[in-house]
Design a protein around this ligand. Structure first.
Ligand code: SAM
Length: 375
């Protein structure tokens, strides 16, 4: 009886507190001495970037620059500049990176040039400046001139390295920030955007119509679907030049800040525990959807090793064992060297790269890992 009374009167912890407890337990170990600083940043106001919309008739870049913003992509650190500025910097060589990988088949592949689309522009306020952007207003054609998003979310789109004439699948696309970034390249021959949630797909369509002129949204250019991405292998295999798998995850920042729709809510424990399996199934489907020689970019907005490197490692093994598909991880080191003045990156990840939140550059977390299909 006494126990019953306790159970009825004991204050329940809100999901945000449960998330913090969980992260303290897991990330305290995973990130070690980095965790206290990342924790403070994640509990503070996040920073946004303004992805410029090339389809809009309003030229807002000059206005935003006058407010103190800069395009972090064109203002990247060039290789020689960086060597001069950071002569002491210790980067793992590719060979070391290979050796520290658990699986021999996961050797880092660094043999290709990273081509950054000159058409993707994302403006951010300087380090330490948390000024908020105003909402974008429609131009004379009703199109919005910029889209506000975590600037680190643009990195997976840059890393995907979409080239002229490519066909691209965005498997988990809603609400559409990364889809819009990919469309800015203006090089995609055919883009397939999918999200299993019907309501979120509706939001995605709305975003597309607010940013992209109708003539670019034809059936020949674009397909919007609402399928279960894990079943994509039953629909299409060996098809796309590039596949983005921006998987559902514990959305760490949201889980720490918002009690609504929080995956740490007690009633969602089962859903949360099933996340790594869902992520694995989505990544495997994305791998099968890519054509041989094609590239797959896996990304999340969690710091969790189980949802990041753990998923990629398993997917590479299962793709080989169950489907005879051989993959190689592509090094994203060139990318992080270019953008180290804008973002903080986790040091020494053996597979993929991760933007970690920092008070002076409060973007992320964003994990990304690129795989190339060899067969
Ligand atoms: N890429 C989006 C963007 O940049 O705006 C964010 C994607 S969000 C991280 C993950 C998405 O995966 C959610 O919109 C969710 O509805 C979708 N999703 C969850 N399970 C899915 C499944 N089985 N197949 C396809 N999409 C799924």
């Amino acid at each position: 009886r006494v126990k019953e009374k306790w159970a009825a009167t004991r204050a329940k912890l809100p999901p945000t507190r449960l998330a913090l407890q969980h992260f303290d337990a897991t990330y305290g170990v995973q990130l070690g001495p980095l965790w206290p600083s990342v924790r403070v940043a994640m509990l503070s106001e996040r920073k946004y970037g303004a992805l410029l919309n090339n389809f809009s008739y309003d030229a807002v870049q000059a206005d935003l620059q006058a407010q103190g913003c800069r395009d972090f992509i064109s203002n990247r650190v060039e290789e020689e500049e960086e060597e001069e500025a950071q002569p002491h910097l210790e980067q793992k060589s590719e060979v070391e990176a290979q050796e520290s990988s658990n699986d021999v088949s996961m050797k880092m592949f660094d043999g290709q040039q990273m081509n950054l689309s000159p058409n993707i522009k994302c403006l951010v306020f300087p380090r330490g400046d948390v000024t908020r952007f105003k909402s974008a207003r429609p131009d004379t054609h009703g199109l919005l001139s910029y889209y506000l998003m975590d600037a680190a979310s643009v990195l997976p789109c840059l890393a995907l390295d979409v080239q002229e004439g490519h066909s691209v699948l965005d498997l988990c696309a809603a609400p559409g920030g990364k889809t819009l970034s990919l469309l800015q390249t203006q090089t995609i021959r055919f883009l397939c955007v999918n999200d299993m949630s019907v309501s979120r797909t509706r939001r995605l369509r709305k975003v597309l119509h607010s940013y992209v002129p109708k003539q670019f949204l034809t059936d020949e250019n674009l397909r919007v679907t609402s399928f279960d991405g894990t079943k994509w292998g039953e629909i299409e295999t060996n098809t796309f030049d590039r596949v983005l798998v921006d998987a559902p995850c514990t959305t760490d920042r949201h889980s720490l800040m918002e009690d609504d729709n929080n995956i740490f809510n007690k009633i969602r424990v089962g859903e949360r525990r099933r996340l790594p399996q869902l992520q694995l199934d989505l990544l495997l489907a994305g791998i099968q959807a890519a054509c041989p020689g094609g590239e797959i970019l896996y990304s999340t907005c969690t710091l969790s090793q189980n949802q990041n490197q753990g998923v990629v490692e398993q997917a590479v093994c299962l793709a080989r064992e169950n489907h005879g598909i051989h993959l190689q991880a592509v090094s994203l080191r060139p990318l992080i060297r270019m953008f180290r003045n804008t973002f903080h990156f986790a040091p020494d990840l053996h597979l993929g790269e991760m933007v970690i939140p920092h008070l002076a550059a409060n973007f992320g977390p964003i994990y990304m890992c690129k795989l190339k299909r060899l067969s």
